[in-house]
Design a protein around this ligand. Structure first.
Ligand code: ADP
Ligand code: GLC
Length: 496
């Protein structure tokens, strides 16, 4: 099966969050199951700064955006040990910038940039010598692709048999733009209709994907349910519920080579389940040095690594720290970047409690790995969480997550009780209510559990033995591709 994966970010090229990890690892897992995968992403400025073997292919073609023409320049990259083909779409006007989507604020021309990328990706697929079976899109940045495929690219010999799959990683980011951006898409105005591309007077790219794709997935079964009702659907719940038969949830896997304490180049001493205590201690010494402390704190280390966004429950952490930071019960380390208000608030807490709270603002891959290795407990008090990868990385490093029962966290973390511990399924401390009191109660439960060292060691051993590698999830995608390929294209709601 020939699969085109279209994404706005993928490790090791460009990353702002979990989408990059998924798009970077899924192609390899599909290749191992016999698919032939081409991964397509934008050739951002940062892609060229990473020392990767990126070569020009010599292929260039024009892409029409309304009355303008942008040229696409295609690069390729062969990564060691990767069978999948990687193609990057270059255009200096769109992608030679200092960030992926904009710094504090989104770039004003993001509609143009991703209309260009979506259309160029289909033009690229259309130029392949062999027919493409599946075009798999991710998130709003490629949401227009299924619409292009059904409305404008049906006659292309390599694309006419293809089916489109859209994976939704986060309903809160929909790519909503002013209606005049319709002119850049090349679609007829009649598609600017509430049953298709229009949403409250705007062009909505994620909605376009939801309406036009043959199959829809999201990144956990629980989130697949949540988004079919308010507030999870972020306004598109009825559109999603209308496609319930084609919508499924497939939990993300993790890249077990990148996130492996036995081989991780970012940590000072490799470790496995047998020597986790030593491995964590050495990581903690390195982390303390990195954070400017003379020696590591003896208290339990509680960590947060993630985007500083309301979604991630950072407010709950702030409120909890306001009450607990002075208690002496734990040392807290936070790594993140995002909302400037949350960044400032966190810095203020750290300044008030220099011996109990460390806050690092920034995106730092090495530090993310070091923190996962050093920490005892990882906080994920998310308001909503489509899947979440940080908790799966935590398992691998013997770090126990404290999570709110939402989305993929429900599907991946089993609350610690005597029964679940005996059954070997316990994996974290789960709380329900989105309040800092509920978070604090769960953190206190986790800290209390650490007092019984033998019991804690058993829990750590159990989570480290769990298998969250991509194989199972990739099989689900493969089954879905086969279903999509065997079925007729999904019908699009009529607008006349
Ligand atoms: P989301 O995609 O919603 O941000 P996930 O848990 O799925 O959440 O994935 C987040 C990914 O981004 C993880 O690989 C995590 O380590 C990484 N990450 C998030 N923030 C940072 C940061 N400030 N520095 C380094 N890595 C980060
Ligand atoms: C999104 C979600 C996160 C998920 C990631 C990868 O960014 O917020 O929960 O793990 O995508 O699918």
């Amino acid at each position: 099966m020939r699969v085109f994966q279209l994404t706005s970010e993928a490790t090791p090229f460009a990353k702002t969050g979990g989408l990059a990890d998924v798009a970077g690892a899924l192609p390899g897992a599909l290749e191992r199951l016999g698919c032939e995968v081409t991964l397509v992403l934008p050739a951002y400025r940062e892609v060229f700064a990473r020392g990767l073997p990126i070569e020009p292919t010599g292929l260039r073609f024009p892409v029409t955006l309304g009355s303008r023409i942008h040229e696409a320049t295609i690069f390729s990259c062969q990564l060691p040990q990767a069978a999948s083909r990687i193609l990057l779409i270059g255009n200096d006007h769109c992608f030679d910038r200092d960030s992926l989507y904009g710094g504090g604020e989104d770039f004003a021309d993001n509609a143009e940039r991703f209309i260009f990328f979506s259309r160029a990706a289909l033009e690229l697929a259309a130029r392949q010598p062999e027919p493409v079976d599946i075009i798999h899109c991710h998130d709003w940045q490629t949401g227009l692709v299924p619409a292009y495929h059904k409305l404008l690219y049906q006659e292309e010999p390599t694309l006419s048999r293809a089916r489109t799959v859209l994976t939704i990683h986060n309903m809160a980011y929909q790519g909503r733009f002013w209606h005049w951006d319709m002119l850049l898409t090349g679609f007829h105005w009649r598609h600017f209709h509430w049953k298709q591309l229009e949403f409250y007077g705007q062009l909505n790219m994620l909605k376009a994907g939801i309406v036009f794709a043959d199959k829809l997935t999201t990144v956990s079964p629980t989130y697949a349910q949540e988004i079919q009702a308010a507030p999870g659907g972020c306004g598109l719940e009825e559109v999603l519920a209308g496609r319930a038969d084609d919508l499924s949830g497939i939990v993300n896997g993790i890249d077990t080579d990148t996130w492996n304490p036995c081989t991780d180049p970012h940590i000072p001493r490799h470790y496995g389940a047998e020597d986790v205590a030593d491995g964590k201690y050495t990581a903690r010494v390195a982390l303390a040095a990195r954070l400017g402390h003379a020696a590591p704190d003896e208290r339990p280390l509680v960590a947060f690594v993630g985007r500083l966004a309301e979604q991630k429950g950072v407010r709950l952490i702030l409120e909890m720290l306001g009450r607990m930071a002075g208690s002496g019960l734990a040392h807290v380390v936070i790594l993140g970047t995002g909302d400037p208000v949350l960044e400032e608030s966190l810095k203020t807490v750290a300044a008030a409690h220099p011996d109990a709270v460390d806050v690092v603002i920034g995106f730092d891959e090495t530090l993310a790995h070091l923190i996962q290795a050093a920490a005892d407990i990882l906080l994920m008090p998310s308001q909503y969480e489509p899947c979440g990868l940080a908790q799966l990385y935590a398992f691998r490093y013997g770090t126990i997550p404290v999570v709110r029962a939402t989305g993929g966290l429900v599907d991946t973390v089993v609350n610690v009780t005597d029964q679940t511990l005996d059954a070997g399924t316990a994996s974290g401390f789960v709380f329900d209510e989105f309040t800092s009191a509920a978070l604090e109660e769960a953190v206190r439960r986790a800290l209390a559990a650490m007092q019984d060292q033998a019991r804690w060691a058993r829990l750590v051993g159990q989570v480290m033995a769990q298998d969250w590698s991509w194989e199972t999830s990739a099989r689900h995608y493969l089954d879905l591709y086969a279903q999509a390929a065997a079925a007729s294209p999904a019908a699009v709601p009529a607008i006349d």
